[in-house]
Design a binder for this molecule. Structure first.
Ligand SMILES: Cc1cc2nc3c(=O)[nH]c(=O)nc-3n(C[C@H](O)[C@H](O)[C@H](O)COP(=O)(O)OP(=O)(O)OC[C@H]3O[C@@H](n4cnc5c(N)ncnc54)[C@H](O)[C@@H]3O)c2cc1C
Ligand code: SF4
Ligand code: SF4
Length: 1003
């Protein structure tokens, strides 16, 4: 442990840097873990403004004797990126400095995210050869330090293999420019460069050793070690392509071109800091096809690898049924439709070619070889790029899915990354199964089988000392097996805290002593990522879940049925894989996408909540201001519930937190104004005109201030007539003893009775949506019933964390439905987020309530109801184009397939942009202080798409929030799908039509 004066260092950094340096608990808590099993709270966190700032920060930290840990996206799975002084380079050091299509190189800063780079290079038909599954957030600096690989390494190699040159900084401030041997003008392999051949390899080494100062000193010391230990190094460092563990000393041998640049790749930031990198780019194949092969189990899939490899595939990725079975139903269905063949384990073999026919021919040659083998294999050749993308998604999502077993038990990495020679992979899997059985463990595996690298997460007990001891003994035995088979404890994730201790087993004490010697050459003060690789920390210290948090028994309002009723267990869901940090695609996580701050990501919030439970740095418990601040910009969009591989449900955790945080205290004004909106709406309908006149008058500004509403937002306008009033005169008394209500005039109807849920937004702000829905439902032959009493799902109280009142409102409303629910009458909801309450929150708020249980299965969107109860109804032919915004709660909880089918059946040509949350998200976008983030979230995709849509294109949005955001920010008037259908009904509806401008905040 290095001792240094933390406050003094912070002061010096603050006085010198243009970026930030913070020792605040809320910031330190954010960086306490990466995607591993380990947790070390940093002393301080630095976010440099640029490369020069980074260099200054490293030098000041080193001079103070502080342990310095560089950090990209923090997706390391072995504890490689935690502890000491964390320097986050992902925030600002993310410029692509140059792409040279002729030379096929790119020059980047270390914080550039891989998919950003490959997005830019694709325009030139080029890509970067290494492609980890974490590509959407992994940074080039982190990839270089870990020597990250990925699915295409079987064809294009690892990150190190694709390095052209590096500019690095040493802890003493020395800067070095290093060129990979094959790219060095002085290298004999490059005869086109004048003087290159003449200088020769020896000349190049000598020239480096002759450099002045520290740089020459380092080269001389490395060359002396290489010369002295050449025999030992060449014996112990086999040719295994995925030998990522330890320092790659063989690259220092003359036979390997004394390649110091590529030697540094894989040293995990423990020798030098990458300031800039020049990367080699590879040509994208002209055409690819995907050959999906099915097997009875993963062992059979592994046995197949040596038969396919000689065909030169671009990938050979494995996945098994344990994981595929747990993909969301529609993803699984899509995978089968895309061509996933029968089997319980699969290999995804990508094959390239000069054109699609050429690629297909090469793939068929593989199939024909396999048919002649004794292996039992099913196959399907997938040529359609869309179908290929579906299968690749299955593979990508499996990483996160593996973190839970199908029965909900937790599964961990730790032994997740070993690699063996591909021809021994089958043997490895068989023998690993025996070790697992002996330790009574199980795991779900997937991986880069073409390279002999298998990932697996197991149900270790990492919550108890006894479990940790068992973990150690399992890992030691598994390491022995891998070493016996000529493999490597790490095949791509690096050693970090999880495997550095195993290096002695793998390489021997003499090689480990060499690692220490090499570390001293580069970093004599031992300040760069200490105890990683050299002088290793034991693999069972700093285990993340051995602290106090796991024992916290908290009284909670939600029942957390998926987490055994435990808030702490729910917080263990986030394993830090960082999918929530990606910049596009899906809904998760709008606040991060807009602000790019860790604090505003799902992961950041999850980490803070965990640290709140630990109570070591975040000490305020439910009253913590740090947690409240991190949750402030959470839109409660539920994007994470749907998109996070382990379904982190931050909207629920936020509600829970707000409930306790404000218990017995004055709340923010918006909790009283918008949190109680259903009640205020009911009062307002007594005299909506007067209320609208008041809120539209000069009093608007003070009223907004009083209600905690953003000044940029218009106060909602109430409809002249509520939905109930609009339907009056069309009603009959219902027949159910408890639930009798008002029904529309259709006493006999083939579709049967349906309850229309009159949510507060439809009832008081957009009744035209309700009347349109009634018209559509009647046309489909339903008798539509409204509950007799006013009802509310409690959404606005839930989202503002007023859970006591939410529960009471919900329970009372459910009582109004009792008779219908017990008779099996379906309930149709028009507002997606109110419906999502019945499917998601209500059962967890009222776990013992029979009505909540029944409502979960009997509540439907309009499209779902029509598909389920009126499958033979032909919708009106609407035709035309529509731009459709899926409500984020619909995306996460309800699903959108029924809507797509209904629109298809109505002849609507629907474009559904991958727009994410509209940004308004109920009360969020209306609250003071949220406008900028709310608008920016909408401006990412949705609002520009709406503005670009031709006037004849109908804008469809079922969510009141989405319609409001679109209306206020673009001037277009979006419609609910019910309105679009109703307008095209053959018989004009006698019901009041759409009216009024877009109104107030909706759910
Ligand atoms: C879901 C998931 C899937 C993954 N799939 C793969 C995969 O297919 N293949 C694969 O190889 N890996 C994979 N990984 C592991 C991980 O994503 C990669 O190692 C990735 O390259 C790490 O990048 P990062 O930006 O997150 O780095 P971090 O985790 O932040 O840091 C990684 C290491 O780099 C060091 N570092 C960061 N920046 C610098 C710098 N400028 N100078 C010096 N050192 C620096 C850190 O100190 C640390 O030791 C996966 C991880 C996850 C969570
Ligand atoms: S919230 Fe989900 S996606 Fe984000 S890091 Fe945690 S587990 Fe990964
Ligand atoms: S609910 Fe939405 S904003 Fe909040 S953490 Fe999840 S994805 Fe991010």
């Amino acid at each position: 442990m290095l001792a240094y004066d933390v406050p003094a260092l912070i002061s010096e950094l603050r006085a010198t840097l243009r970026g930030t340096a913070s020792g605040d608990p809320g910031v330190r808590a954010l960086y306490a873990t990466d995607a591993s099993n380990y947790r070390v709270v940093p002393d301080l966190v630095i976010v440099p403004a640029d490369v020069e700032d980074l260099a200054t920060a490293v030098q000041l930290g080193a001079r103070a004797g502080a342990p310095i840990v560089l950090r990209g996206a923090g997706t390391s799975m072995a504890g490689n990126a935690i502890g000491g002084v964390v320097i986050d380079v992902s925030r600002h050091l993310n410029r692509i400095l140059d792409i040279d299509p002729q030379a096929r190189t790119a020059v980047v800063e270390p914080g550039v995210v891989l998919t950003r780079l490959t997005g830019a290079t694709a325009a030139h038909g080029l890509t970067f050869g290494a492609d980890p599954s974490s590509a959407s957030r992994a940074t080039i600096g982190g990839m270089i330090a870990n020597n990250a690989c990925g699915s295409h390494s079987v064809a294009w190699g690892t990150t190190a293999d694709n390095l052209h040159a590096l500019e690095v900084l040493l802890s003493d401030g020395t800067r070095m420019q290093l060129t990979a041997a094959s790219a060095d003008p002085a290298d004999p392999a490059d005869p086109g460069i004048p003087g290159g051949r003449a200088a020769g390899a020896d000349g190049r080494r000598l020239a480096m050793a002759a450099r002045p100062g520290r740089e020459g000193e380092i080269h001389r010391a490395l060359q002396a070690i290489a010369a002295r230990e050449a025999l030992l190094i060449s014996r112990r460092f086999s040719g295994l392509r995925r030998r990522i563990s330890g320092y790659p000393l063989e690259r220092l041998l003359p036979a390997h071109g004394y390649d110091v640049a590529r030697f540094l790749s894989g040293t995990e930031g423990s020798l030098a800091v990458t300031l800039r990198a020049t990367l080699d780019l590879v040509e994208l194949p002209a055409a690819t096809v995907l050959l999906a092969l099915g097997f009875r189990d993963s062992v059979a899939a592994a046995d197949c690898v040596p038969l396919v490899l000689p065909h030169g595939p671009l990938t050979m990725e494995s996945i098994n049924a344990t994981l595929v079975d747990r993909l969301p139903r529609e993803v699984r269905g899509a995978a089968v439709a895309a061509g996933l063949p029968p089997g319980d384990a699969w290999l995804l073999v990508e094959v390239g070619g000069a054109d699609p026919q050429d690629a297909a021919r090469a793939a068929r040659a593989i199939i024909s070889d396999l048919q002649g083998s004794p292996l039992s294999v099913t196959s399907s050749l997938v040529t359609d790029p869309g179908a290929q993308a579906v299968l690749w998604r299955c593979r990508r999502d499996s990483t996160g899915l593996a973190t839970r077993r199908s029965d909900g038990a937790e599964a961990w990495g730790g032994w997740e990354d070993a690699a063996v020679p591909p021809e021994r992979l089958g043997t490895y899997l068989r023998e690993l199964d025996e070790i697992l059985a002996a330790h009574e463990l199980s795991g779900a595996s997937y991986g880069h089988f073409g390279e002999g690298c298998m990932h697996i997460r197991m149900d270790f007990d990492l919550l108890s000392r006894r479990g940790a001891a068992r973990y150690r003994s399992f890992v030691e035995e598994a390491a022995d097996l891998v070493i016996r088979l000529g493999g490597s404890c790490s095949g791509e994730h690096g050693d970090g805290r999880a495997r550095s201790e195993l290096l002695e087993k793998m390489y021997g004490a003499d090689v480990v002593a060499l690692f220490d010697e090499v570390k001293t050459v580069w970093d004599p003060a031992g300040v760069l990522n200490p105890h990683i690789i050299a002088d290793p920390a034991p693999l069972d210290v700093d285990l993340r879940h051995l602290g106090r948090a796991k024992d916290r028994r908290l009284q909670t309002e939600f029942s957390y049925p998926q987490d055994a009723g435990s808030f702490a267990q729910a917080q263990r869901r986030c394993v830090g894989v960082g999918k929530c940090l990606q910049s596009s695609g899906g809904v998760m996580c709008p606040s991060y996408q807009v602000t790019r701050e860790e604090k505003n990501s799902t992961r950041g919030r999850a980490h803070l909540l965990w640290e709140m439970l630990e109570g070591e740095v975040i000490t305020g418990g439910w009253r913590s201001a740090e947690v409240r601040d991190a949750l402030d910009l959470c839109l409660s969009c539920k994007g994470c519930l749907g998109d996070c591989p382990v379904n982190v449900d931050m909207a629920t955790y936020k509600s829970e937190f707000l409930h306790h945080h404000y218990a017995g205290r004055v709340r923010p004004a918006s909790h009283y104004s918008m949190g109680w909106l259903p009640l205020w709406s009911r009062f307002a309908t007594v005299a909506p005109g007067a209320v609208n006149a008041l809120t539209g008058s000069r009093l608007q500004a003070p009223l907004k201030r009083l209600g905690g509403i953003a000044k940029e937002r218009d106060i909602p306008r109430f409809a002249a007539r509520s939905l109930r009033s609009a339907l009056r005169g069309r009603t009959v008394t219902g027949a159910y003893s408890h639930g009798e209500g008002v029904a529309t005039r259709r006493p006999t109807s083939p579709g049967g009775k349906v309850v229309l849920w009159p949510d507060s937004f439809t009832s008081f702000l957009a009744p035209e949506v309700g009347t349109a829905a009634v018209a559509v439902l009647e046309d489909a032959g339903f008798e539509v019933v409204l509950p007799r009493r006013p009802v509310c799902c409690g959404l606005t109280w839930i989202s503002t964390g007023q859970l006591g009142i939410a529960r009471r409102v919900l329970r009372r409303s459910l009582r109004s439905l009792d008779g219908y629910l017990q008779a099996g009458v379906p309930v149709v909801g028009l507002e997606p987020s109110c419906l999502a309450v019945f499917r998601h929150e209500a059962p967890a708020l009222l776990p013992d309530d029979e009505g909540a249980r029944l409502a979960r299965g009997l509540t439907f969107t309009l499209a779902e109801l029509l598909a389920t109860y009126a499958p033979h109804w032909t919708p009106p032919q609407v035709g035309g184009d529509a731009l459709v915004q899926t409500h984020c709660h619909q995306h996460a909880v309800l699903g959108f397939e029924a809507d797509r089918s209904l629109m298809r059946a109505a002849g609507i040509s629907a474009t559904v942009p991958d727009a994410g949350c509209c940004g308004l998200a109920g009360n969020f976008g209306f609250e003071r202080g949220h406008y900028e983030v709310s608008r920016a979230a909408g401006e990412r995709v949705l609002l520009p798409a709406v503005r670009a849509a031709p006037p004849a294109t109908v804008i469809v949005a079922d969510g009141f929030s989405c319609r409001t955001q679109i209306g206020q920010e673009t001037g277009r008037v979006p419609l609910h799908l019910a309105q679009v259908l109703a307008a095209a009904l053959p018989r004009p509806s006698t019901l009041p039509g759409p009216s009024g401008p877009p109104g107030p905040p909706g759910p």
